[in-house]
Unconditional design. Structure first.
Length: 311
């Protein structure tokens, strides 16, 4: 009888350990830019502690200011309360130190679409994170399988492609790499639901679903503008009223960040070789001039401090 009781306790302990393994209560985000901020806000709003890791103090201060300003605009629109903002910010920590990584249940990489940079980060994280920690990339175009090659946890590498603005878009693409395990997918699906996102499972391919589908639309709208067929304002008005889009393609590109859009197009153009992904010259010109959209105050349109179009 005593032996049966011992076996039962061992079984219950095993179940508890499995539940603990599956539960995600502390998340690290590498990169505190627009996407990193949005992901952090979304996760914190679900009651989960977050640490954002940046590479210098200036970036930390800018990240903090931008996130707070974004939420204050939501408060001004009655979409959030002061107490909600305080609660969300109380669960977000910013740091330069990666020593918090070993304590995290999940690590999300949200840096620029730079293949070598992402591989470098994943290699470094793999050496300090606990073995069961799942690594996520927010890449929208790059190969997760190649990024995973530099780690010793290829079964625990998965993509979560969030769309901007992260707190408002209810979708996330879950991207399987070649060796991503079913267990990893199951855990991250539960996590996605917990933070209020509907997960759509996709297999690794340049652009996945959302980026691959939207890029030709953005590119074509830019060519229409370049060819002088209509003004930027009229192009966006036509698409909003004609197809019930919440915002036109040119404002959408400005919101995404024109440098990011250019990076997506170049990756798809080089990967797939199809003309519809070849970046429009007007996009290259704006990026050269550092007119990157809402984040710089000017892109296809000019914007005020609240991100509203002024011209």
């Amino acid at each position: 009888m005593a032996e049966e009781k011992l076996k039962l306790e061992d079984l219950l302990g095993s179940v508890q350990r499995t539940e603990d393994y599956d539960r995600i209560d502390f998340v690290a985000i590498v990169g505190g830019g627009i996407m990193g901020q949005g992901i952090a806000q979304t996760i914190s709003a679900a009651g989960i502690d977050v640490v954002i890791i940046e590479k210098d103090e200036d970036r930390i201060e800018k990240s903090k200011e931008n996130l707070k300003a974004s939420m204050e605009r939501e408060i001004a629109r009655w979409a959030m309360t002061q107490s909600e903002m305080k609660s969300i910010l109380s669960r977000i920590k910013w740091t330069l130190d990666r020593n918090d990584i070993p304590e995290c249940d999940l690590v999300i990489e949200a840096v620029d679409e730079n293949y070598e940079l992402k591989r470098k980060i994943f290699k470094e994280l793999d050496e300090i994170a606990k073995p069961q920690t799942i690594f996520i990339s927010n890449t929208s175009t790059l190969s997760l399988t190649k990024i995973a090659e530099v780690t010793n946890r290829r079964d625990k590498i998965i993509g979560m492609h969030f769309l901007n603005p992260v707190p408002k878009v209810p979708l996330v693409e879950l991207v399987r790499a070649l060796e991503t395990s079913d267990k990893t997918v199951e855990i991250i699906k539960k996590f996605a639901a917990r933070i209020g996102k509907t997960p759509v499972e996709v297999y690794e391919y340049p652009g996945f679903v959302t980026t691959r589908a939207i890029v030709p639309l953005l590119n074509e709208a830019m060519h229409i503008l370049l060819e002088g067929i209509a003004s930027a304002k009229d192009i966006d008005t036509a698409m909003k009223l004609g197809y019930n889009f919440p915002m036109g393609p040119l404002e959408m590109a400005d919101t995404m960040g024109l440098d990011e859009v250019l990076a997506w197009m170049e990756t798809l153009w080089h990967s797939l070789g199809e003309p519809r992904y070849r970046p429009c010259p007007i996009l290259r010109k704006l990026v050269r001039e550092r007119k990157l959209g809402k984040k710089t105050g000017e892109g296809f349109f000019k914007y005020d401090s609240e991100g509203k179009i002024i011209s």
